[in-house]
Design a protein around this ligand. Structure first.
Ligand SMILES: [Zn+2]
Ligand SMILES: [Zn+2]
Length: 336
């Protein structure tokens, strides 16, 4: 049976209206989830200001309400939604690189209804069960915060296995994710340098164990140096400074979308044997290890969430998040 519900409609220009909607029955291989939490992401800016024909929200956690034919996940199962509705059969998916699927069916919350509504219908293949111990707001940390960051850290270790320090340009949600992920994976004393234009964000990053710099403190950042550098800001100047700050055999991992990058290939790449690499979201098969880490460090990683607000406060939550003085803001709903 379709389920009628009232959902938030993003009309553009920061307008959110509530409207009637129907959630269809799950088809073969699909689950209908009752959404419990969805973390706001910087890329939601597009839907918030430009409007969206679907219900946005791509960092969702929920409970299986009902399951379509051919599925094995029981109603009542808690889990998170992996953004990419990967095919499972293409050359990338066959080797587990589900974030590079050649025949992706969609992105949940970007072109099919996502986590700011009370339900979502997703393929069972991109639902990840998490057990019952974690609260579902904290579980959203498995997605952009831990998932994207752990994947980027893994990319860095392909270039530099003997990594002893990192520098992160940008202390927004992905930058904070890199910080906490590096600390839980590489040790509480592992040096993480981070830069941002915002004092508030720098102070917040320091409270999580980073050494922080103003984004324009070129001398300080280069003097600190780091084995591998990451850009989550998307800014060209930040990328170029991060590359300059990386040591010999190091490099730059670009995680934030945005501007370009100018290279002096001899000086920047050949002589110091540095690399520049992109990193996009993460592989579905990285979720189990991140779940173990989140269970072991839920208090520390959970500090990245500074606000939990009910969905009735959705517009206020967006305004708060875009003020730049928050960590992750998670929207919660009654899912029982
Ligand atoms: Zn996101
Ligand atoms: Zn595929």
């Amino acid at each position: 049976m379709p389920i009628p519900a009232v959902v938030p409609r993003f009309r553009g220009d920061a307008k959110i209206e509530w409207a009637d909607h129907e959630y269809r029955e799950p088809g073969a291989g699909e689950l209908r989830l009752r959404i419990a939490a969805n973390a706001i992401c910087g890329t939601d800016r597009h839907e918030y200001y430009d409007g969206s024909p679907i219900v946005p929200g791509h960092e969702a956690a929920g409970i299986v309400a009902d399951a379509g034919p051919g599925t094995t996940t029981a109603p009542g199962t808690c889990g998170v939604v992996y953004l990419m509705d990967f095919c499972g059969e293409c050359r990338s998916c066959q080797v587990g690189a589900t974030n590079q699927c050649f025949a992706k069916r969609g992105d949940v919350g970007q072109n099919t209804d996502g986590g700011y509504g009370p339900y979502a219908v997703v393929h069972e293949t991109n639902f990840f069960p998490i057990g019952d111990e974690l609260d579902l707001a904290t579980a959203t940390m498995l997605l952009d915060v831990m998932g994207t960051s752990s994947h980027a850290l893994g990319r860095a270790r392909l270039i530099r296995p003997d990594i002893e320090s990192i520098f992160v340009a940008g202390a927004g949600p992905i930058g904070l994710g890199l910080l906490v992920t590096a600390k839980v994976r590489l040790g509480a004393d592992f040096p993480v340098f981070i830069s941002d234009v915002s004092n508030w964000r720098r102070t917040f990053a320091e409270s999580l164990g980073a050494v922080s710099f103003a984004a324009d403190d070129r001398d300080g950042i280069i003097a600190a140096g780091a084995d591998m550098c990451f850009d989550s800001s998307g800014r060209q100047a930040a990328r170029e400074l991060a590359l300059a700050a990386s040591t010999r055999r190091g490099g730059l991992i670009c995680v934030g979308h945005g501007e370009g990058l100018m290279l002096d290939v001899s000086r920047d790449l050949i002589a110091p044997e540095r690399a520049v690499m992109g990193s996009e979201y993460f592989r579905y098969d990285e979720l189990p290890e991140n779940l173990e880490l989140l269970r072991a460090h839920a208090d520390y990683i959970g500090k990245v969430i500074t606000h939990r607000l009910p969905v009735s406060e959705l517009r206020n939550a967006f305004e708060l998040f875009f003020s730049g003085q928050t960590g992750k803001v998670v929207i919660t709903q009654e899912a029982e």
